[in-house]
Design a protein around this ligand. Structure first.
Ligand SMILES: C[S@@+](CC[C@H](N)C(=O)[O-])C[C@H]1O[C@@H](n2cnc3c(N)ncnc32)[C@H](O)[C@@H]1O
Ligand SMILES: [Zn+2]
Ligand SMILES: [Zn+2]
Ligand SMILES: [Zn+2]
Ligand SMILES: [Zn+2]
Ligand SMILES: [Zn+2]
Ligand SMILES: [Zn+2]
Length: 477
């Protein structure tokens, strides 16, 4: 299952538009909208519009407004009132708060949880409302501290899908956090990690769009936040509350850990992450979860990040679990600005240390002496193709028609038909590599180049290796 980063078809393609988010976009019921640009292949034109910053299809949110069409103050206010009404409706049925800061927090054994309504309730008072629903009678202290065990995971893959890390991945993250001496973590879309932090002696702050967490956590540790535009739903206190957490600790002891929905636009995510990095005052150590086959897009938006070989798995995902899809390993990885030599991958789970690359890699990832690095991306062995000048999957062979390595059963003609235009400027007569609007290779970040294994030069690699040993935290300009 490959996840598209932009909505593409032969006639039009949609990407993030040019207008800055700060240009006061109108609100849909989910908050400030984002500007997108739709490219029309036939007319060689494009047009920008505002659409939802949370849901990526019309089913999730109907909002649509062309940026070149007038938007009266009255209309804006109408949208705003729909937003306020909808947001109020999300929490109006919350009657119980387990937040430790709430003075009215009731004794745990008097509280039950309705799975169907995703609601905590006082058993004696509201039991009759939920008795016929599937529910957990009188929750325990442990359950109260682990809402991800109680809440059924949201399942909309075009918006808010929730997949929780498997026990293996969960333990790996926690053990590396402890080993690297992080005392604080900002969990962006990582509620399960957040729950486990207290047990590991780490202080956490959860940023997530899911309003259901309000029942379990107070504002001093949880704020609703949209990672695709950096919007705090509590416009009065949200940012200040995160700021207080940040100010209580030196910058280099904070880890930001992000597991976004993979259908989201990475350049929009960068906007949200920038808001957090700016509050911290530096690009703090960060772990971002994303599939390896989107590496180019990830490093385009996060040029200081490199990909780690560790295979991230989920407890409740059909394909990305510990057993993989039909025995295939999970394609999900960590991208990080933490120097790779500093991260230790578990050898008992099939990782080894490559002393030439100076990092841990998957046990089947062989060091290629021509590329001068361990080249596998999917965790299986790669082979070097002299015509392509790069390592390729073992299942691929060099095709003289396509002039590249392709799966042995591929259809050459169909491949040449697949035209989706340039990812940088949107034109359909060239690809990103040949885009005149793209900055020259020399201007792009060194580390980004490192991710393009095929173009890597031994001399450049050595320089990067010595650089990455120095520091991961680069101040934001
Ligand atoms: C794939 S789950 C990751 C959960 C993580 N693996 C864990 O075990 O803690 C994605 C999380 O991001 C949250 N989320 C989805 N869209 C979001 C958005 N636009 N802004 C902030 N959080 C969002 C979801 O509510 C969910 O908790
Ligand atoms: Zn919306
Ligand atoms: Zn109920
Ligand atoms: Zn190597
Ligand atoms: Zn090679
Ligand atoms: Zn080849
Ligand atoms: Zn071919």
């Amino acid at each position: 299952m490959r996840i598209k980063l932009s909505l593409q078809n032969m006639a039009a393609r949609v990407e993030l538009g040019d207008l800055a988010v700060s240009d006061s976009p109108p609100y849909c019921i989910h908050g400030p909208t984002l500007v997108f640009r739709r490219y029309y292949q036939e007319k060689h034109t494009s047009r920008q519009f505002y659409a939802c910053a949370v849901h990526r299809n019309r089913k999730g949110c109907q909002f649509f407004h062309y940026t070149d069409q007038p938007l009266s103050g009255e209309k804006r206010e109408h949208y705003m009132s729909l937003y306020r009404e909808y947001q109020a409706s999300l929490t109006q049925s919350h009657t119980v708060s387990l937040s430790s800061s709430s003075s009215a927090a009731p004794p745990i054994n008097s509280i039950s949880f309705c799975i169907e309504c995703s609601l905590l309730y006082a058993t004696d008072k509201d039991g009759h409302i939920h008795n016929k629903h599937s529910h957990r009678e009188r929750i325990t202290k442990e359950e109260a501290q682990q809402p991800t065990l109680l809440l059924y995971p949201a399942s909309d893959n075009k918006g808010q899908a929730q997949y929780f890390f498997s026990d293996k991945t969960h333990s790996f993250i926690l053990s590396e956090m402890k080993r690297l001496n992080f005392s604080h973590a900002i969990c962006l879309g990582t509620p399960k990690i957040f729950e486990a932090l207290a047990g590991a002696g780490i202080k956490g702050f959860l940023l997530d769009i899911d309003h259901r967490f309000h029942q379990f956590y107070g504002g001093e540790v949880f704020q609703r936040f949209n990672m695709f535009n950096g919007f705090f739903y509590d416009e009065g206190k949200g940012k200040e509350s995160l700021m207080r957490f940040i100010e209580s600790v030196p910058q280099d002891r904070i880890l930001l850990i992000i597991d976004p929905p993979f259908g989201g636009l990475l350049n929009a995510l960068r906007t949200g992450v920038d808001i957090i990095w700016n509050l911290i005052g530096t690009e703090c150590s960060t772990l971002l979860v994303f599939p390896y086959f989107n590496e180019v897009h990830v490093t385009e938006s996060f040029p200081t990040f490199l990909m780690l070989d560790y295979q991230v798995t989920y407890g409740n995902h059909r394909y990305y679990g510990d057993n993989g899809k039909k025995g295939k390993p999970s394609p999900v990885r960590f991208f990080t600005n933490i120097p790779l030599p500093g991260l230790v991958l578990p050898t008992d789970e099939g990782y080894k240390y490559c002393s030439v690359c100076n990092r841990y890699v998957s046990s089947l990832n062989e060091h290629c002496s021509i590329c001068d690095c361990c080249t596998s991306k999917d965790g299986r062995s790669y082979k070097h193709c002299h015509q392509c000048g790069t390592c390729v999957k073992e299942t691929h062979d060099h095709c003289l028609t396509c002039k590249s390595c392709q799966p042995s059963q591929h259809d050459c003609q169909q491949k040449s038909m697949r035209k989706s235009g340039c990812f940088v400027c949107g034109a359909f007569d060239h690809k990103k590599q040949h885009c005149p609007s793209r900055p020259s290779r020399h201007l792009r970040n060194d580390k980004r180049k490192m991710s393009f294994v095929s173009k890597r030069k031994p001399v450049l690699r050595k320089r990067l290796k010595s650089k990455s040993n120095i520091s991961s935290s680069t101040s934001k300009t």
